[in-house]
Design a protein. Structure first.
Length: 204
């Protein structure tokens, strides 16, 4: 066999191996939920840098921003977006507060109770034996990354929430599809758990 043929064969084997380990396969949603629960059971808080891509359905445009997110059990999520689109968002249970970086005007949105953080994370304290009421759930596994697709039955702001994570609780990506057609994709990096976030780290 010539060196050229051997190189081609090795290249083909590597390509096939890569395809086999990176292809997403559907799994039992309960397995996905259990992986998420086990990954988060020892997580008290986390922080990460993010890149956020917002696709607007009406204006048919995409806005890309960078920032930081922080979370603290049981129900506080904070996000700060850097200039030139400076803003801050605080989700406490099912109440969203947003602050514009320029004039500091604040908006408040109340989510339906079934979309509250406290409710969802309270469900992660005990093993799952069935799919939680009020949602449709799908899951897949790509190499070592799980993805859960959560769709509330009741009509609220969120149409579908997709969370991609590792078995150790490290979040890689969150995708939010809204009822109005908008889509937000957050990619996480420099993810750190259990660093002892204080109340001042999670305020507007």
């Amino acid at each position: 066999m010539s060196y050229k043929s051997l190189f081609f064969l090795l290249f083909l084997l590597v390509a096939l191996f890569h395809e086999s380990i990176s292809h997403a396969r559907s799994i039992d949603p309960l397995l996905g939920l259990e992986a998420l629960r086990k990954g988060f059971v020892d997580t008290t808080d986390f922080t990460a840098e993010i890149t956020q891509e917002k696709q607007f359905s009406i204006m048919k445009r995409t806005m890309t921003t960078t920032g930081v997110v922080r979370f603290k059990k049981p129900d506080i999520f904070f996000m700060e977006i850097k200039p030139p689109y400076s803003s801050r968002l605080l989700l406490r249970d099912n109440t969203i507060e947003q602050s514009n970086g320029k004039d500091n005007n604040k908006n408040r949105i109340i989510l339906p109770p079934e979309q509250s953080l406290k409710q969802w994370f309270s469900k992660l304290t005990t093993p799952f034996t069935k799919i939680p009421d009020g949602v449709d759930l799908r899951a897949d596994l790509t190499a070592s990354n799980y993805t859960l697709y959560i769709s509330p039955f009741k009509k609220g702001m969120v149409k579908e929430l997709a969370i991609t994570f590792q078995a150790d609780g490290i979040i890689r990506k969150v995708v939010i599809n809204e009822q109005n057609g908008d889509k937000t994709t957050m990619t996480f990096r420099k993810f750190k758990k259990n660093i002892g976030l204080s109340e001042s780290d999670l305020s507007l």
